[in-house]
Design a protein around this ligand. Structure first.
Ligand SMILES: Cc1cc2nc3c(=O)[nH]c(=O)nc-3n(C[C@H](O)[C@H](O)[C@H](O)COP(=O)(O)O)c2cc1C
Length: 182
């Protein structure tokens, strides 16, 4: 494939949109939208803007839940990704329901088909990457909507309806997963 060299400020090549829910220091549930994440075994890594409300609360309270929304929740994703918890408790205004998670002290979002309970273990900030706070967290529990499971309780990949966030710093948009049979 012939390529052009580009000088974008970023290249987000399709990261799944997730909703991070937590109880703040006062026990009030809140939520933010993220796309910077990956997971390996029982560890997850998340990337936050250092100044956001969510990260500054999670550093103190430690527990949070990664909720994987589907495309029916785009409006809520955009709301939670444009308003800050410094302004409001987003659960009061978004059409999302926080339910106390069984294992960690954080709310699961009822409307999302996948939830991953996490406890923060490491906070990484480097002079070279000013304004970015990376966190490592340990996975404590995982929950999947029953209709996503096969008869042995395993995940059916074809059922996922995740949203991918794509952008170059100027153009940005969502891509949706398509059904395939392999
Ligand atoms: C699709 C999408 C993906 C986003 N990904 C991230 C991200 O990976 N890291 C981040 O810090 N902010 C991300 N944001 C922006 C935050 O969600 C936004 O700044 C939010 O208002 C922060 O809320 P808070 O101050 O309550 O934490 C994203 C927003 C959208 C809509």
């Amino acid at each position: 494939m012939e390529k052009s060299k580009v000088d974008y400020e970023k290249m987000y090549y399709g990261f799944p949109v997730i909703l991070i829910s937590f109880y703040d220091k006062n026990g009030v549930p809140n939520v933010t939208t993220l796309s910077s994440s990956y997971s390996l075994k029982d560890m997850v890594v998340l990337g936050f803007n250092t100044k956001g409300y969510a990260i500054n609360e999670i550093i103190h309270v430690k527990d949070f839940v990664i909720n994987v929304p589907d495309r029916s929740l785009v409006q809520e994703i955009n709301f939670c990704g444009s308003k800050s918890g410094f302004e409001c408790s987003k659960f009061d205004e978004a059409n999302l329901t926080p339910v106390k998670s069984p294992l960690v002290n954080a709310p699961v979002i009822q409307e999302c088909p996948i939830a991953i309970e996490c406890t923060l273990t490491d906070v990484i900030e480097r002079d070279q990457y000013q304004g970015i706070t990376n966190v490592l967290a340990a996975v404590k529990g995982r929950y999947v909507a029953k209709e996503y499971l096969d008869h042995e309780g395993r995940l059916q990949p074809s059922m996922l309806n995740n949203i991918l966030y794509v952008g170059d710093g100027v153009n940005r948009g969502y891509r949706y997963m398509e059904e395939c049979n392999n």
